[in-house]
Design a protein around this ligand. Structure first.
Ligand code: FMN
Length: 228
């Protein structure tokens, strides 16, 4: 499997191309991912902004089969509850059904990912809305940087939160102190199939409002909502 030096050029990928083709890659090979690759992803992750530039992030790099197995168990527990709801919502939608098949594959092979990153934040989270927004808003930009860098290297990655359904169990699994909050779990590995590609998203004109909510002026005259 490639070492970092062999794939490093991938980081020259144009930013817009990386953004357009970054998606959840859940089917991963068991082949190793070297430390230098992981550290380069994290070096790019920590270029992200944080509230007050606090940089209260901490990253767990999980390689231990035992710890991976425990994270896999937590993921399966949450997935086994959520699956029924997700399947009934996806009924008749082929795209959704494909995603759920990939989520199932990931649940069945979670511990086989060569490395799993857990992005954490110092602090327990805040009771107030503003505090909460700023708190969690201080880790997901870094997570997205990491996902984009993984995409550029051709390394499969997917953002998951199901394994964190119990913070207490997640903290226990990782040996985290009570003032460090796990926020995202990202299995990493070389993709089984093609991996990355175009994503489908709602048209931006449909979700963009001018000045006041409901004024979807960018939909234009053909849109469903007339500009006011
Ligand atoms: C906050 C957050 C939590 C997520 N949690 C999970 C998860 O637990 N398991 C999972 O398979 N995907 C998870 N995802 C990934 C989304 O399902 C995925 O990004 C979405 O389906 C779009 O798919 P795409 O990125 O492949 O286009 C999460 C994404 C976000 C932003």
């Amino acid at each position: 499997m490639p070492e970092f030096a062999e794939v490093a050029d991938g980081l020259q990928m144009p930013l817009a191309e990386a953004m357009r083709t970054q998606r959840a890659v859940r089917r991963l090979r068991v082949d190793p991912v070297d430390d230098e690759t992981v550290l380069e992803l994290l070096r790019l992750a920590v270029k992200a902004p944080t509230g007050s530039n606090a940089q209260g992030w901490e990253f767990m790099v999980v390689r231990s089969p035992d710890v991976k197995h425990q994270l896999a168990r937590l993921n399966r527990q949450a997935w086994s509850l959520y699956r029924r709801f997700a399947r009934s919502r996806a009924r008749g939608d082929l795209g959704q059904a494909r995603i759920l098949a990939a989520v199932q594959w990931q649940a069945d092979h979670f511990e086989d990912a060569p490395v799993i990153i857990v992005a954490c934040l110092q602090g327990r989270g805040f009771p107030s809305n503003m505090g909460r927004t700023s708190h969690y808003g201080s880790i997901f930009p870094a997570v997205q940087n990491l996902l984009l860098a993984a995409r550029a290297l051709g390394l499969g990655a997917a953002l998951t939160t199901l394994p964190l359904w119990s913070r207490t169990l997640a903290r226990r699994t990782l040996g985290l102190p009570s003032n460090v909050t796990p926020c995202a779990v990202i299995p990493l590995g070389w993709p089984v199939g093609g991996g990355y590609g175009p994503t489908s998203r709602r048209p931006v004109e449909e979700v963009t409002h001018l000045d006041r909510y409901g004024n979807r002026a960018f939909l234009g005259l053909d849109g469903r909502v007339e500009p006011s």
